[in-house]
Design a protein around this ligand. Structure first.
Ligand code: BYC
Ligand code: FE
Ligand code: FE
Length: 483
């Protein structure tokens, strides 16, 4: 009997999909495994392969008991294939096949569309680990280092999740795609990662926190949409991945919050009241609030690009086919087919931002981006509460969706964070006031000195309110052993 709740550790690859009875797929994955370990060893969190890291490992897909904590060397982490339990009699929730039984095998007519979405999803996971591979060297604490590595091993597991689908359901070309996921590399000239944001650098820890807040949140939205899929194995895979995603966004939100907290505390202690006295704030060894806003502007705008074109036939086709749904599809009160529905999209018309109604089917990306913007606003409000409590006259804000875009209708124009359309000259004159400048980057880089003493934190970040797994102050989240 295959146990579909608890994870079987009887094969090299922990799983709850009965791999030991599925020789063909097990063999294919075992063949892919050394390449994966080689990728991890070559690229991934540099210099810490022999350190003991206090990580959580999934041992069950039951929400109450899935995580087990313990020290493990990252290369020995048990990356597993985990699907949320099958829902009995699940139906395709939307599109032209709405109401029919969910597919347990790949529907032939949608094979390529499905494979493309799985490959794009899979490509982002190792991309993010590659972007973050140097950060261990400058960790502001062992607590933060551990969180970084936790995020990294879980993104590694998300790659496994997509590779399993490719091996199990897409035969020879699925195996080739799985190999290519290890061949492409973030920032590479010859073989870059597929989506823009995953070829950018994550040069410092503030970027890491912004990335896990804003870019992992795109991951959440996309996974929510794919979790609605009529292709049941994809739905189940994404549902389990979402339980891990929550922690990544927690790392981002609390990380930025702790940076903000530290800046406010240091300014209060020094009697500084003006957030724009940047030189004086920086003399305190903390990151001034305007620079935090610039980092926010950068990572938010890069993340908006991940939603694709506002009006997209790809997205319409995927919805119609029952392959990729909307955020919270099951809670939306409509026909789930969108035959006559319309949706408002923003566009630039004659140098002005204007709204127009388009067929809702074609505006699926736009709708998801709107849902994302609402979701992303929550944490910004909580960061502002920290600033408010300190009494400083400053508020962080999400910039306008037209600001600094490379994909979609706004990519053709320049806009300010307030959403005013600008000339090239106006943009160039203000760019460094809105996005991190070289000098801002250099300053932040100068703060990135490692702090590896248990219970100690770098000058620019406050300690967390609570530890991981109930651990306190001096707990040694990473026992550093250099090879
Ligand atoms: N960069 O009609 P469109 C995560 C391409 S993050 C480069 O709008 P569509 C994670 C597009 O591919 C979540 N190219 O396309 C987070 C298309 O090319 P082709 C990742 C781009 O399909 C943190 C063309 O432009 N998952 O998990 O409607 C850490 C026309 O565009 C970009 C997914 O994205 C771009 N930003 O929408 C770790 C889910 N945007 O095919 C992990 C799967 C568009 O015409 N992907 N293009 O040559 C999708 O659902 C969709 O493919 C997209 C694009 C939303 C990405
Ligand atoms: Fe992920
Ligand atoms: Fe993530």
């Amino acid at each position: 009997m295959v146990d579909l709740i608890n994870v079987s550790y009887d094969t090299q690859i922990p799983n709850n999909v009965g791999l030991s009875q599925d020789r063909r797929v097990l063999k294919a994955l075992e063949k892919w495994h050394p390449g994966y370990l080689n990728w991890w060893g070559k690229l991934i969190p540099q210099n810490f392969q022999d350190s003991m890291v206090y990580l959580r490992t999934a041992v069950s897909v039951d929400p109450k008991g899935w995580a087990k904590f313990g020290y493990v060397k990252m290369p020995d982490y048990r990356w597993g294939v985990l699907l949320a339990p099958q829902v009995e009699d699940r139906r395709i929730p939307f599109g032209e096949h709405a109401g029919q039984p969910a597919w347990q095998e790949v529907p032939g007519e949608y094979r390529n569309m499905l494979k493309r979405l799985i490959v794009i999803q899979g490509d982002t996971e190792p991309g993010s680990v590659e972007q973050q591979r140097f950060l261990g060297l400058t960790a502001p604490s062992l607590y933060d280092m551990r969180n970084l590595f936790q995020v990294n091993v879980e993104e590694g597991r998300h790659l496994w999740a997509m590779v399993y689908l490719l091996h199990k359901y897409f035969g020879k070309d699925g195996r080739e795609e799985a190999d290519d996921l290890l061949r492409r590399q973030s920032g590479s000239q010859e073989a870059p990662r597929m989506l823009g944001a995953f070829n950018e650098e994550t040069p410092d820890w503030l970027s890491f926190f912004m990335f896990t807040y804003f870019t992992d949140r795109d991951g959440k939205m996309q996974l929510e949409s794919l979790a609605q899929s009529g292709f049941d194995p994809l739905s189940r895979t994404c549902r389990f991945m979402l339980t891990e995603e929550a922690h990544h966004m927690f790392v981002g939100e609390t990380g930025v919050g702790r940076v903000v907290q530290r800046t406010c505390d240091a300014m209060a202690a020094a009697g500084l009241r003006d957030p724009f006295e940047i030189g004086k704030v920086r003399d305190l060894g903390v990151i001034d609030l305007p620079t935090i806003q610039k980092k926010l502007n950068l990572h938010y705008s890069l993340s908006l690009d991940l939603f694709g074109q506002e009006v997209s036939t790809n997205a319409a086709n995927a919805f119609n086919a029952g392959i990729k749904g909307r955020y919270m599809e099951n809670r939306i009160d409509d026909d789930h087919r969108l035959t006559n529905a319309t949706y408002k999209v923003r566009n630039v018309v004659g140098g002005q931002i204007a709204e127009e109604e388009v067929p809702a089917l074609t505006a699926i990306n736009m709708r998801l981006r709107d849902d994302y913007i609402r979701d992303a606003a929550g944490g910004v409000g909580r960061w502002n509460k920290i600033i408010e409590k300190s009494g400083l006259p400053f508020q962080l804000e999400l910039p306008h969706e037209a600001f600094h875009r490379q994909i979609g209708v706004f990519s053709a124009t320049k806009a300010s964070p307030a959403g005013d359309i600008l000339s090239e000259a106006q943009w160039s004159a203000n760019r460094d006031a809105w996005l991190p400048s070289k000098a801002d980057g250099d300053y932040i880089q100068s703060l990135m000195v490692p702090c590896y003493e248990p219970g100690q934190y770098a000058s620019w970040i406050a300690p967390p309110k609570v530890g991981i797994d109930g651990k306190r102050g001096e707990f040694e989240y990473v026992q550093i052993h250099h090879a």
